[in-house]
Ligand binder design. Structure first.
Ligand code: FES
Length: 360
């Protein structure tokens, strides 16, 4: 089983691998505040060589509009009004917020509209501060540095598509819906949410009529993953972006070797499996934290250093790279090359079974 998650995964690598494993490997993965992450699993574990198909540039915030409860869309344009680089459904951009935080958000506008990029961000009240910064500090007319677009959640060719989106997970799915519809490929969208007030872009979906089914917990109860997947046509591809229980349930029901193809986008960090507790000394601050068996080093460090840098939380962006002064690291990222692994780690995913000392 393979999970592909957005980030520095080279585009040509994904395109080359995907068909090769078409029969043996079926799962592609990525979802969260609109914030996306990605991880490339063992079969694809050669060091990533980053190839960017976009650029670093300050874009002007054209407008910020409320799309649902706690969700805003941010439209970005080139300051000189020029066209922006092309992108395909599933692409994301890195956003460098005024505080220095780096976050990644799916592009959810129309790929044919070269005049703007649109992202949507749900306010995560207990999150790391990125979504709050977007909601509270960004203003129309201001500049925002971005990098990208990049894409690790591509819409593969298929005879039909079943799209399943949970809440803000609609962001990468929306351009896919547009593309499939324009191409005349049969598709259906099951759009899930707590209630309609919390679900962005409902008006944009209205023209698609009965091909879009909106299900809310307050009316339909919690979703039944088996039932959701039963709507996939034989041989069709399933694109799923939503909360972790939904993704995990789908992965259990569509393991490798089934006829269908499941593509998942994960926003939340992957769960720690088989971890043990260990201490981490933060040498510069003189504090020691204990990393619980089921938490990341990043989560433990954030208890004492809440502003420590991070972004994807899935081991692909490199934002959380820290020098290791002592101890053996079990690297679980898809970003660092061997030279870097000799003295550094990505604390969002990599762990240890014994004490570590970090340059923090
Ligand atoms: S936060 Fe992206 S690699 Fe750790």
């Amino acid at each position: 089983m393979v999970e592909l998650i957005k980030g520095d995964t080279p585009i040509e690598f994904i395109e080359g691998v995907h068909p090769v494993f078409r029969t043996a490997v079926r799962v592609v993965d990525a979802y969260r505040s609109g914030f996306v992450g990605s991880r490339l699993d063992t079969l694809l574990s050669r060091p990533n060589q980053v190839r960017r198909n976009g650029f670093d540039q300050d874009l002007r915030i054209d407008r910020i509009t409320g799309q649902a409860q706690d969700v805003v869309a941010v439209d970005l344009v080139a300051p000189d009004g020029s066209e922006l680089p092309r992108w395909l459904p599933g692409a994301h951009i890195d956003v460098f917020l005024p505080s220095g935080r780096q976050r990644q958000y799916s592009l959810c506008g129309d790929p044919l509209d070269r005049s703007r990029y649109r992202i949507a961000v749900r306010l995560i009240h207990d999150g790391g501060g990125g979504s709050r910064e977007v909601h509270e500090r960004l203003r129309a007319g201001g500049l925002l540095r971005i990098r990208g677009p990049r894409n690790a959640f591509r819409l593969a060719a298929a005879p039909s598509y079943l799209f399943i989106a949970g809440g803000i997970g609609i962001t990468p799915i929306l351009p896919m819906v547009r593309s499939a519809d324009r191409a005349g490929i049969p598709w259906r969208l099951l759009y899930l949410g707590r209630d309609r007030a919390s679900m962005p872009f409902l008006p944009e979906l209205e023209p698609y009529g009965s091909r879009v089914e909106v299900r809310t917990d307050d009316v339909s109860g919690l979703p039944d993953v088996t039932e959701l997947l039963s709507h996939n046509l034989s041989g069709g591809a399933v694109y799923l972006c939503g909360p972790t229980p939904l993704l995990d349930g789908a992965r259990r029901l569509m393991p490798g070797g089934t006829r269908e193809e499941l593509h998942i986008e994960r926003f939340a960090p992957p769960p720690v499996v088989g971890g043990v507790e260990f201490p981490v000394e933060l040498v510069r601050t003189g504090q020691t934290v204990r990393v619980g068996a089921q938490e990341s080093v990043l989560a433990a460090v954030r208890r004492v250093l809440p502003d420590v840098a991070y972004s994807c939380q899935q081991g692909f962006c490199g934002s959380c790279k820290v020098k290791v002064l002592e101890g053996a690291v079990a690297h679980q990222d898809t970003k660092l090359v061997d030279d870097e692994r000799a003295d550094s780690m990505l604390i969002c995913v990599s762990r240890s079974s014994g004490p570590l000392a970090l340059d923090l």
